[in-house]
Design a binder for this molecule. Structure first.
Ligand SMILES: Cc1ncc(C[n+]2csc(CCOP(=O)(O)OP(=O)(O)O)c2C)c(N)n1
Ligand SMILES: [Mg+2]
Length: 802
C-alpha cells in the first residue's frame, strides 16, 4: 500500500514537473522573442540603426535550455550558451529572479542585457562569455581540465560540477573546436557535455546534408559517446502506427533544405508532399487524415530537441558517469514562431503583425508582456513553488570570491653580467620553483610545445608536468643524460599542450577564471613565441574580454631572434600590447626590470575589477592580465639596485636612464632589446648634445594608457591630472626632437610626439622575413647605432631650420 502511495506521489510530482517545464518553455520562448521585439520595434530608436537579435536562433534552444536550467543543472555546473541565445539565457535568469526586468527591457542598450552573454558586462550569472563562435564552447573543455587540476592538487572545488556547452551546429566548423577536442582527448577530459543545437542552419543558409555523419564521427574519434536526439515522443508514437515506418524513412531521407522549407510552409505543405510520396503506403492516408493542418505541423516538427521528455531522459541517462558527451539534438531554427525553418531567418525578425498574433496565441494581455506568469495554464503559485525548488538556483549565489595568494615585494634570481630577458625569466621561475611559497604552489605554467625553448625548463624540472597518471621520465630511468626532466604526475604544475595557440589562450582563459568558476585563485603563466600570438589572437581577446587573469610570456620576439628565421619574426605584437583591452604589455630590456614587473604582475592579476572612472587608471586601480615581450638576445646588465621610485617608474612604463638637461633639445627613446644600440648612440651624441636624454620605455602600453586616462580625467574636470609620460617629457624643450627605437613596429613609440608636440623620428621594423645575424639585420632594418645617429642628426638639422 505504502509503496503504491509513494509511487503515486512520485508520478504526481513528475507530472507536476513536466507541466511546469512545459509552461516555462512557453514563457521562455515568449520572453526571449518579446525582448528582441521590444528592443527593435518598441524602444525608441535615436540613431535609426537596426538593433537586431536572433529570434529564430533563440527559439531553437528554448526547450533544451528549459530542461537544463529548470531541472538538470546543479549550482556547481558551468555553462557556455550559444551567443545568439542570449535572450533565452536572460529570460531564464529573469524567471529565476536573477535578472532585472529593466535589463531585459534594455536588451542591447547601454547597461542593459548584453547581445551575447557576457561575464563582465551582464549583471546576471554568466559563466562563460560567448560571441566569437566556437570559443565559448571550447572554453568549457579547458575549464573542465582546470577543475580536475584543482581537485588533484587539493585546491577544491567542494562540489565537482559539469561543464556544459550549448553549441550552434555551425559553430562546429571553427577549427578551434577540433583543436580543443584533440587536446581534451590527450588530457582525458571528463565532466563535459556538449549539446549541439542541430537545426541544420547557419547564418547564410542550410548546412549540407552529409554533415550529420561527420559530426558524430568527429566525436567518436575522441571517444566521446554521441547521443543522437532526433525524434520526439509524438513522432515516435506515429512511427509505431501503420505506415509509420515509411514516414520515418521519408523524414530520414528528407534533405535538410526541403525539411526546413516545409516547416516554414506548415501543414498543407507536409500534406501535399507526404500524399505524393507515400499516398500509396498502407496506413499513411489514415495517419494524415487523423491530423488537421496544425496537428500535422506539430507532428512533423516534433524533433527531440523540442521534446522536453526526450531531453530529460537523455540527460538523466548520461548522468550516470563522468565521460564527456556530445548530444546531437535535432531542432528547428525558429521553432514555434512564424519564421520557423526559413533559410533567411537567422537575423530575421517577426513583424509587428506576426508578433500581435503570437502574443494573442500566448494569451498575453496588453501591459502583461513582462509578467512571468501571464497567459499560462498553470496557476502562478504552482509555478512559483516549482521555481523555488529548481536545483540550479537552490543554494543562493553560485560563486564566492577567494582569498588572495600572497606575493613577495621582490623576487630573487641569480644575476649575471650579461643575459637576455628570456634567460632572466627562466631564472626567476627556477628560483620560485625551488621554494615552498604559497605563490609557487598556485603558479601553473602552460605552453603549446614550446616550454623548453621559452625557458620554462628549469621550472618544469622542479615542479613537474601535470598528468592524471604518473609517468616516470623514461630518459632519466634509462640514464640518458638530458638537461630536461619530463616527469609527469597529478601534482605537476606545468600543463603541456600540443602546438595549437588557440588552445593556449583558451587554457589561459580557463586557468585565469579559476576563482570565479571554482573558488580558487591560480597564477597562470603561458609561454609562446611572440609571432604566434597572432595565431591565437581571437582566443586571447576572448580571454581578456572575460576578464580571465594570466601572464603571457612571449619569446623570442622581433627581428632580434635573428638567425632563427624570418618567418618567426614579429613586428605588430607591441601594437597588440597597446590595443588589447585587459592586457598590460611590457617589454623590459634588463633582468632587474623583468623581476620588478613579474613581482608586480603576480599581484596585478589578482586585483578585482577594472577602472570604472576615467581617473582610476591614473591611480592604477583595477587589475588585469600581463603580456611580457621578451628576447633571446643577451645584453650587458646595469649594476644597480631598483629603489622605490625606479620601481614605480618601471611599472608606469618608463624612466630616464640618463635624464635630459633642463630644456634639452634631443632625447633618445628605446624599448627592449635595442637598448645597447641606443645607449651607445647616446654616448656618442653627448659630445655634441651634452644634455640629451636617454629614455627607457618598459611599457609603451602603460605610458599610452596613462596618457589617455589623464586626458579623459582632465576632460571630466580634474584639471590637475597628469600622466607619467607627460611628467617624463616635461623637462624637454618644447621643440625637442625624439628618436624612438624598438624592435617592432615604429608606431609603438611614434605617438610620443603627440604628448607634448615634440618632433619624432620613429625607428622600427615595418617589413620582415629576412634571416641574418644581428649586425646585418640591425643595419638593414636601420636599428643600429649609425641609424640612430643619422636620425638624430636629421631631426636636429630640421629643427635648426625651423
Ligand atoms: C568567429 C565568428 N564568426 C562569425 C560570426 C557571425 N555569426 C554569428 S552566428 C553565425 C552562424 C551560427 O550558426 P549556428 O551556430 O548554427 O547557430 P544557429 O543560429 O543556427 O543556432 C555566424 C556566422 C561570429 N559570431 N563569430
Ligand atoms: Mg544552426
Amino acid at each position: 500500500m505504502a509503496k503504491t502511495a509513494t509511487k503515486r506521489r512520485e508520478t504526481d510530482q513528475w507530472g507536476e514537473t513536466l507541466a511546469c517545464l512545459a509552461a516555462l518553455e512557453r514563457k521562455v520562448l515568449w520572453l526571449a522573442a518579446w525582448t528582441i521585439h521590444n528592443a527593435n520595434h518598441l524602444r525608441p530608436s535615436r540613431d535609426g540603426l537596426k538593433v537586431g537579435g536572433h529570434q529564430a536562433s533563440c527559439a531553437s534552444l528554448v526547450t533544451i535550455m528549459t530542461a537544463l536550467y529548470f531541472h538538470v543543472l546543479r549550482p556547481e555546473d558551468r555553462v557556455a550558451v550559444k551567443p545568439h541565445a542570449s535572450p533565452v539565457f536572460h529570460a531564464i535568469q529573469y524567471l529565476m529572479g536573477r535578472q532585472s526586468r529593466e535589463a531585459i527591457e534594455r536588451f542591447r542598450a547601454l547597461g542593459g542585457a548584453q547581445s551575447y552573454p557576457s561575464r563582465t558586462k551582464d549583471a546576471d550569472d554568466v559563466d562563460f562569455s560567448t560571441g566569437s563562435v566556437g570559443l565559448g564552447g571550447a572554453a568549457t573543455l579547458f575549464a573542465s581540465l582546470v577543475q580536475d587540476y584543482l581537485r588533484l592538487h587539493d585546491l577544491g572545488p567542494a562540489n565537482e560540477g559539469r561543464m556544459v556547452a550549448l553549441f550552434g551546429d555551425a559553430e562546429i566548423d571553427e577549427g578551434n573546436v577540433f583543436e580543443a577536442l584533440y587536446e581534451g582527448w590527450k588530457h582525458e577530459v571528463r565532466n563535459l557535455w556538449w549539446v549541439i543545437d542541430y537545426n541544420r542552419q547557419s547564418l547564410d543558409s542550410i548546412v549540407t546534408d552529409r554533415l550529420y555523419g561527420r559530426i558524430g564521427k568527429m566525436f567518436e574519434a575522441v571517444d566521446w559517446p554521441v547521443v543522437t536526439l532526433k525524434y520526439g515522443k509524438r513522432l515516435e508514437a506515429a512511427f509505431a502506427r501503420p505506415g509509420g515506418e515509411a514516414l520515418k524513412d521519408w523524414i530520414d531521407r528528407c534533405p535538410n533544405s526541403l525539411y526546413s522549407a516545409l516547416t516554414f510552409k506548415g501543414g498543407p505543405g507536409w500534406r501535399r508532399h507526404l500524399k505524393r510520396d507515400l499516398g500509396g503506403v498502407s496506413g499513411v492516408r489514415a495517419l494524415l487524415d487523423s491530423h488537421d493542418d496544425e496537428a500535422l505541423q506539430a507532428l512533423m516538427t516534433n524533433l527531440a530537441g523540442h521534446d522536453i521528455e526526450s531531453l530529460l531522459e537523455a540527460f538523466a541517462e548520461a548522468e550516470g558517469d563522468d565521460r564527456p558527451r556530445c548530444f546531437l539534438a535535432y531542432t528547428i531554427k525558429g521553432f514555434g514562431l512564424p519564421i520557423a525553418g526559413h533559410k533567411d531567418n537567422h537575423a530575421g525578425l517577426m513583424s509587428v503583425a506576426q508578433m500581435a498574433t503570437f502574443k494573442a496565441a500566448n494569451g498575453i494581455a496588453d501591459g502583461a508582456e513582462w509578467d512571468p506568469f501571464a497567459g499560462l495554464d498553470i496557476a502562478p503559485e504552482r509555478l512559483r513553488a516549482f521555481l523555488a525548488r529548481v536545483p540550479f538556483a537552490a543554494r543562493g549565489p553560485r560563486t564566492a570570491p577567494a582569498d588572495p595568494v600572497p606575493v613577495p615585494e621582490r623576487l630573487a634570481w641569480r644575476a649575471a653580467r650579461a643575459m637576455s630577458t628570456q634567460e632572466a625569466f627562466g631564472r626567476l621561475l627556477h628560483e620560485l620553483g625551488g621554494g615552498d611559497s604559497a605563490l609557487a604552489k598556485r603558479i601553473v605554467t602552460t605552453s603549446p610545445d614550446v616550454a623548453v625553448s621559452t625557458n620554462l625548463g628549469p621550472w618544469i624540472n622542479r615542479r613537474g608536468i601535470f598528468a592524471r597518471r604518473e609517468h616516470e621520465d623514461t630518459f632519466r630511468a634509462e640514464e640518458v643524460v638530458s638537461a630536461q626532466r619530463w616527469a609527469m604526475s597529478k601534482r605537476g604544475q606545468h600543463i603541456e599542450l600540443g602546438i595549437a595557440e588557440n588552445n593556449l589562450f583558451l587554457m589561459l582563459a580557463a586557468l585565469g577564471l579559476a576563482e570565479p568558476l571554482f573558488g580558487t585563485r591560480l597564477i597562470p603563466i603561458g609561454t609562446v613565441y611572440d609571432p604566434f600570438i597572432q595565431r591565437g589572437l581571437d582566443a586571447l581577446n576572448y580571454a581578456c574580454y572575460q576578464d580571465a587573469r594570466f601572464i603571457l610570456v612571449a619569446t623570442p620576439s622581433g627581428i632580434s631572434l635573428a638567425p632563427e628565421g624570418g618567418a618567426h619574426q614579429s613586428i605588430g605584437t607591441p601594437l597588440i600590447g597597446i590595443t588589447q583591452d585587459g592586457l598590460a604589455a611590457f617589454e623590459p630590456a634588463f633582468a632587474d626590470e623583468l623581476a620588478t614587473i613579474l613581482a608586480w604582475a603576480f599581484a596585478y592579476l589578482q586585483r578585482h575589477g577594472g577602472p570604472a572612472h576615467p581617473g582610476d587608471w591614473l591611480r592604477d586601480a583595477g587589475g588585469g592580465s600581463v603580456y611580457l615581450r621578451l628576447s633571446t638576445r643577451s645584453i650587458d646588465q646595469p649594476e644597480r639596485s631598483i629603489d622605490e621610485p625606479l620601481r614605480d617608474a618601471v611599472l608606469a612604463g618608463g624612466y630616464w636612464l640618463r635624464p635630459p638637461g633642463a630644456g634639452a633639445r634631443l632625447a633618445l627613446v628605446y624599448t627592449g632589446t635595442v637598448a645597447p644600440e641606443t645607449i651607445e648612440a647616446h654616448r656618442q651624441l653627448l659630445e655634441d648634445a651634452p644634455d640629451a636624454g636617454l629614455l627607457a620605455v618598459t611599457s609603451a602600453d602603460r605610458l599610452n594608457a596613462g596618457w589617455h586616462a589623464a586626458e579623459r580625467a582632465r576632460q571630466a574636470g580634474d584639471r590637475g591630472a597628469l600622466s607619467h609620460v607627460e611628467r617624463l617629457l616635461a623637462p624637454l624643450a618644447p621643440d625637442a626632437a625624439l628618436v624612438t627605437v624598438i624592435d617592432g613596429h615604429p608606431a609603438t613609440l611614434a605617438w610620443l610626439g603627440a604628448v607634448r608636440g615634440h618632433r619624432v623620428a620613429p625607428l622600427g621594423v615595418e617589413h620582415f622575413g629576412q634571416s641574418g645575424d644581428l649586425p646585418d639585420l640591425y643595419r638593414v632594418y636601420r636599428l643600429d647605432v649609425d641609424a640612430i645617429l643619422d636620425a638624430a642628426a636629421a631631426l636636429s638639422l630640421a629643427g635648426l631650420g625651423s
